[in-house]
Structures are given as C-alpha cells and as structure tokens.
Design a protein around this ligand. Structure first.
Ligand code: G3P
Ligand code: CA
Length: 249
C-alpha cells in the first residue's frame, strides 16, 4: 500500500532501543545501519529551554545524572553520559540536542518522527521550540518530520505553527472522540499502542481519511497482521529483527 506520511514500514523506536541506548545518536545510527529508513525520538526541554532528545522526565534511568530534566540547565545535561546505563560499550554517549540529531538525520538521509514530549506545564513551549529549531535547521533533502504528541496542547501549537508538516495524534488507544479530535487538531495520522488494538480500530482510523502507525511492535507476526489490516507503519525497538523477519518489511 502507498503511504503519504510513512514511506517506510519500519520506524526505529528511540533509534534502535533494543540494541543501543535509546534516544542517542549511536542508537539512531544503529537503526539506520540495521535497515530502518525512519526513526522515532522524544523531544523535551532543559530548564533553559533547549530542545534535547530524552524520554523520561527524570534523568536518572537513562543517564548518569539525576533529577528532573526540566530543572537542569543545558550545560549540565549536555555533560551527562547517556550510554553507560545500557552497556559500558556506549560509555560517554551524550544526550543529543535536536540540532545534533538533525545533522545525523541529514548525513544518513533518515526520515524522522519527532515526538513532542513535554514536561507538565511546558506543553506549548516544548512544541514551539521543537518546531522553531527543526524549521531553522531542516535539510532540504529530507522529508519534513512527522510531529506527534500525547499532549493536546502541543498538537494545537503544532497545528498552528507547522500546518505544512505532517502531524499525528499519539495515544495508547483509539479514543471515542477520534473523529472530532482528528478534525480539531487537523492531524493526518494516529499513532496508537499495539496492545488491544483491533482491526475495527484500524478501520475506524482509515475511514476517517487518516493513516495509522502502531507502537511498539517487536513481533513479526503482529507486524504482518497490522499491515494486513492497513496500518501504514510500525514503530519498533528492533528494526533489524522486523526487517529480517518480515515479508518485504
Ligand atoms: O511515539 C510512540 C511511542 O514512543 C510513544 O510512547 O513512551 O515510548 O514515548 P513512549
Ligand atoms: Ca516516544
């Protein structure tokens, strides 16, 4: 099937989260080396408003720092080790800035889904900074980023500031008010969790004229089922596994 938003079926989750430290440049490079043509990463802000690639609100799990990212200055976050927690092989791998990520995407000709992942209270600011930074640095040879968020406020800002870029509503499950939400946010896709996702859910998204990407799919049989139902892309921790195990993945 053809897809406007997702030229590729396999999207690397946080890079290649299963085999490299998530949301680092080495993880993005690994996803590309393993055959992914698109990656998903999480964007949040430092205390002084720099957009960086990190999933958790706290620095503790994926870096050698501690405490809330939103209370930590850029200079301190950029000095952290975001690789050793995963394996000593990745010691010294930094938390990337959004600009550094874009440089690597450009080098690798890799498409991206930027998940706007704000700390509470910074939903609008995070979306604005993410869009401003990406717009200023976006390479002309790359497709525009797909912007997604669980935050309605962030997606309202994305709708208003990035109307010309593809945007997706991100949720664990398809909500009852999906059709109204899709119109209000003017999104072109839903990104839904694979758990409990049914064929009827997929049909409903497609019937609304939107595309569907499903996260986090690490099982080849499930990926094939989702494709047969009409999903446009899967977001996986292990691109190599899904590409090797799939029929034309
Ligand atoms: O963007 C899809 C997926 O990454 C959303 O959940 O918690 O992994 O960011 P999470
Ligand atoms: Ca994410």
């Amino acid at each position: 099937m053809s897809s406007k938003l997702y030229p590729f079926w396999v999207v690397g989750h946080r890079g290649a989260k299963a085999v490299a430290p998530e949301n680092t440049l080495v993880s993005v490079r690994r996803a590309a080396a393993d055959g992914a043509k698109m990656v998903e990463v999480d964007i949040k802000l430092t205390a002084d408003g720099r957009a960086m690639v990190l999933h958790d609100e706290l620095l503790d799990r994926t870096t050698d720092g501690s405490g809330p990212m939103e209370q930590t200055l850029f200079e301190a976050v950029s000095a952290l080790d975001a690789g050793s927690w995963f394996s000593p092989d990745f010691k010294g791998e930094p938390v990337p800035t959004l600009e550094e990520l874009i440089d690597v995407l450009a080098e690798l000709s890799l498409a991206v889904n930027l998940e706007i992942k704000p700390c509470p209270g910074r939903e609008a600011e995070t979306a604005k900074v993410c869009i401003d930074v990406a717009r200023a640095a976006w390479p002309s040879h790359l497709p525009p980023p797909v912007l997604s968020s669980f935050s309605r406020t962030s997606m309202e800002v994305a709708r208003d500031l990035a109307r010309d870029w593809p945007r997706a509503w991100l949720d664990e499950k398809l909500s009852e008010d999906w059709d109204d939400l899709a119109v209000a946010l003017d999104v072109q896709a839903a990104h839904l969790g694979t758990k409990d996702l049914t064929e009827a859910d997929v049909r409903r998204v497609l019937a609304s004229g939107r595309e569907l990407a499903v996260w986090t799919v690490n099982d080849v049989a499930r990926a094939k089922q989702l494709r047969s139902w009409g999903a446009a892309a899967i977001i996986t921790d292990n691109p190599a596994l899904l590409i090797a195990g799939g029929d034309g993945l």
